[in-house]
Design a protein around this ligand. Sequence first.
Ligand SMILES: [Fe+2]
Length: 189
Amino acid sequence: MNTHYTPREPTRTTPPLHGETSHAREELADWLRDAHAMEMQAEAMLKGQAARLENYPQLKARIEQHITETQRQARDVEQCLKSMGEDTSALKDSGGKAMAMMQAMGGMIMGDEVIKGALVGYSFEHMEIASYTVLTAAAEAAGEQEIASVCERILGEERAMAEWLSAHTPEVVRKYLARAESESAKSKR
Ligand SMILES: [Fe+2]
């Protein structure tokens, strides 16, 4: 995913907890960068969704809560990279590009955007769950217990969001269909 990654010498001075950890550390840093880009995408996508959900106040409120969580997750992932002595100066750029792309895509969605948004949002949360499951295991293998704890906490937030969406999506679909029905009745009058 990240084409700009160049392996760096580990800067940690404390001895690793396990044997062959330098390769695990390089992979961990690379995957943390990917996770950071993913969170920037998530933020742009969620902001685009929230802006169009005036008829779905409950969904909008939950998405806004997750925007706050997502912003903190991006900062925490960046902090994990810094704690490993990794250069984080390139992170902002990739995020900016992802954001511009997602916003442009968001602007093109019409009509059943609430349902399309629900599909994308639900899928995205599961990609995040998979990513932080990988990162937690990788951090443990690299002897980075603090990073593993951060990733585990973020994993819990992504799971909570996915569970909320799972529980509330049927109700959003019913509301959307009812609104679409009444709109079409109005236009036939
Ligand atoms: Fe996230």
